[in-house]
Structure formats: C-alpha cells, structure tokens
Ligand binder design. Structure first.
Ligand code: AMP
Length: 214
C-alpha cells in the first residue's frame, strides 16, 4: 500500500510517517530528509539546494522527482509513505507515472489539516534527536530533564535551519500557492481523506490507521 501524507509544514507528517514505519514496516520517503542529507554531505546538488531550502522556497521539480525516481527504482518496500512529496502538480503527475512504471498504485492521500497559528507554535518550538530523529517540542513534549532522548538515549538534539518564523512564512505561502491545489487534484480522483491534524498524536494515528484499513 502506497500513501501520501499531505499538509503544511508542522502538520505532523514526519511524526506520523515514523509511526507507520515502526508499526507497519512501511518505508518513509521524505524529500525534505533526502535534501537535508544531500546538503549535509556537501554534494553538488546539496550546495545548490541549501540556499533555496533555508529561505523556505521549493527546490526544482526536476531535482525532487529525480530523488524519488531513484528510490522507487532501488528500494523494495511493503508500501511507501510519501512525506513532503509531491508538492506541485508536476510532481503529482510524475509520481503517478513513476508508480505505474513500477507496476504499483497510489492507494490513499491523507490531508492533515492544522491552522496556521498552531503551525507557528509547533515549528518554532521543534527540535529533533540528532541520532534517531525523534521529534520534541519545547512546550508540548520537551526534551527530558536528564537530556537523553526517550527513544534512543541520544544526547544531541538539533533544530532545523528553516524552522524560524521568517522561512516559515515563505514555506506556508509556497504550500498554499503550489501544494494545496493537489488537494483538489486527489479529491477529484476519489483518493483524498481529510483528518484533523490538531488532535493529539495517538488520535491522528488512529485516524490514519482507519484510512489504511478501508
Ligand atoms: P520538509 O522537510 O518536507 O519540510 O522540506 C524542507 C524543505 O525542503 C522545503 O521547504 C523545500 O525547500 C524542500 N523540499 C522538500 N520536499 C520538496 C518537494 N517535494 N518539492 C520542492 N521542495 C521540497
């Protein structure tokens, strides 16, 4: 089963994708993670995208489609979770063709709805464990007082360079201008389910499970 988790930055796509990886053995394909890896390892492509990402703009369709194409051709999985991809209509069309080429289908698109005020709070308070990627929030889920990650015991935590109010404004604009039209695109194909991304993590998890059982 292949699904897309859609929603603005901070909607909780990464958190829910991690859960599906743990509980169902699906494979998370996050173009944001792939681009950050490229940036950190200093590849040519990483250098090109670093500035665009820091500003909160979208990198080119060509680059992200190339990244997804390579994964679909090389990774065998019991189902993919597309997280942060597609973000434009061109990417959505490309994904459809790539899956078809691999003899696969797209089974569900889940839109996580969250209002903007909550997103600013979530994003500016967000940090992750540098070792396992567990997500923390200064207000709702602070790093434990002993400074150790609850999942892996790691002691190093990082904040994303683009998790600040300035880039977030651009990221939200990019989402509403270029990505939100995909909601209509998938609705018209009968694939879309909307869920309340403001509910607590377990409730959202339950709603996603219900969609997958259908
Ligand atoms: P994310 O981790 O999904 O929030 O992505 C972080 C940043 O990576 C975005 O603000 C974009 O600059 C870039 N990015 C990630 N995925 C895509 C995509 N599918 N299309 C274009 N840019 C992307």
């Amino acid at each position: 089963m292949n699904i897309i988790l859609m929603g603005p930055p901070g909607a909780g796509k990464g958190t829910q994708a991690r859960n599906l990886v743990e509980t169902r053995g699906m494979v998370q394909l996050s173009t944001g993670d792939m681009l950050r890896e490229a940036k950190d390892s200093g590849t040519e492509m990483g250098k090109i995208v670093a500035e665009v990402m820091a500003k909160g703009q979208l990198v080119t369709d060509e680059i992200v489609i190339g990244l997804i194409k390579e994964k679909l051709e090389t990774v065998k999985a019991n189902g993919f979770i597309f997280d942060g991809f597609p973000r434009t209509l061109a990417q959505a069309d490309a994904l459809g063709k790539l899956l078809e080429g691999e003899g696969q289908t797209l089974d569900a698109v889940i839109e996580m709805e969250v209002d903007d005020a909550a997103l600013v709070q979530r994003i500016t308070a967000r940090s992750t464990c540098a070792h396992c990627g567990e997500v923390y929030n200064d207000i709702t889920k602070p790093i434990p007082a002993d400074g150790k990650c609850t999942v892996c015991g790691g002691t190093e935590f990082k904040r994303r360079a683009d998790d600040n109010e300035e880039s977030l404004k651009t990221r939200l604009m990019e989402y509403y201008k270029k990505t939100s039209p995909l909601i209509g695109y998938y609705y018209a194909k009968g694939m879309l389910t909307k869920i309340d991304g403001l509910a607590d993590i377990d409730t959202v998890q339950g709603e996603i499970a219900a969609v997958l059982h259908k």
